[in-house]
Design a binder for this molecule. Structure first.
Ligand code: ADP
Ligand code: MG
Length: 275
């Protein structure tokens, strides 16, 4: 099976002269159709920069980025259009990622206006369908982001990401800004959407507990370097790199309250899934 997304020796530096900082240092990985690939590392390890390069939001120093075998830098206009509609993103902070001056209806319809020729009526039908799919309702269409909670806003962001029928979803810490009780609901929603729509997902997190439940394979990043890659079971049961071992081990010892929280979170996830 050939990869849907390929990141090959990606390098991204910030700063200039002798004050440069290598945020991403020769990172390589592939995302295959239908899989959930987790990218895990502490804050500052280069996770967001990697996906921002992939989405064209940062310009890398070097490396190859490919979608469906096509180099992102050599895409025709039509291929770029297809990429923008088929690869969608959910950001960390649902407070800053939704335009406060746009109604929910307009926010969710935006990718359809940009990427399709659907009529206004067809767009509205599709938006209502998406809102219902993520657990919201048609009556929410005319409201503004301010009247929604963090969890609901992330549902809106997910509806926007899914409305144009993408093949790939890139989620950059989509639950890190949410209350623990709400995190489980949003993760369950993402998991359900992934299964229902056969999506391929790049899921970024700093929390190994969350990723274990969602991901088929993992990439572990430390200081801009992908230090380990493997299937979920390989990484959790036989971590090869000391940093991965530290990520797995240090959590409960250094942060017992956090671990208790994560245990509750896991239980909530399991209960919500089996309810
Ligand atoms: P993560 O998402 O893993 O927390 P980031 O990709 O956001 O990490 O950041 C990686 C490194 O690059 C950090 O040291 C960060 O300070 C730096 N960095 C990120 N964006 C910029 C920027 N626009 N300008 C300068 N440095 C940046
Ligand atoms: Mg980040």
């Amino acid at each position: 099976m050939s990869a849907l997304l390929t990141v090959d020796s990606l390098v991204k530096r910030f700063g200039s002269g002798n004050r440069t900082h290598t945020a991403v240092d020769k990172v390589s990985f592939e995302l295959f159709p239908g899989e959930v690939l987790g990218i895990v590392g502490e804050s500052g390890s280069g996770k967001s920069t990697t996906v921002r390069c992939l989405m064209g939001l940062e310009r890398p120093e070097s490396g190859d980025l490919r979608y469906d075998g096509i180099n992102l830098r050599r895409m025709t206009f039509a291929q770029q259009r297809r990429f923008r509609s088929e690869v969608q993103m959910v950001f960390q902070d649902p407070y800053s990622s939704l335009n406060p001056r746009m109604t929910i209806g307009r926010i969710v319809a935006e990718p359809l206006r940009v990427n399709t020729k659907l009529s206004a009526a067809a767009r509205r039908d599709r938006v209502v369908e998406m809102l219902e799919l993520v657990g919201l309702e048609a009556r929410h269409l005319a409201r503004y982001p301010r009247s929604f909670s963090g969890g609901q806003r992330q549902r809106i962001a997910i509806a926007r990401a899914l409305v144009s029928g993408p093949r790939v979803l890139v989620c950059d810490e989509p639950v890190s800004a949410l209350d623990v009780s709400v995190q489980a609901q949003v993760l369950n929603l993402l998991k359900d959407m992934q299964e229902k729509l056969s999506l391929s997902v790049l899921f970024i997190a700093h929390d190994l507990a969350v990723v274990r439940y969602l991901c088929d394979r993992l990439v572990i990043m430390q200081n801009g370097v992908a230090v380990e890659q493997g299937t979920r079971d390989e990484v959790y049961d036989h971590p090869a790199h000391p940093y991965t071992q530290a990520l797995l081990e240090a959590v409960p010892r250094a942060d017992p309250a956090g671990e208790r929280m994560r245990r509750q979170q896991r239980r909530a996830l399991i209960e919500a899934r089996t309810a």
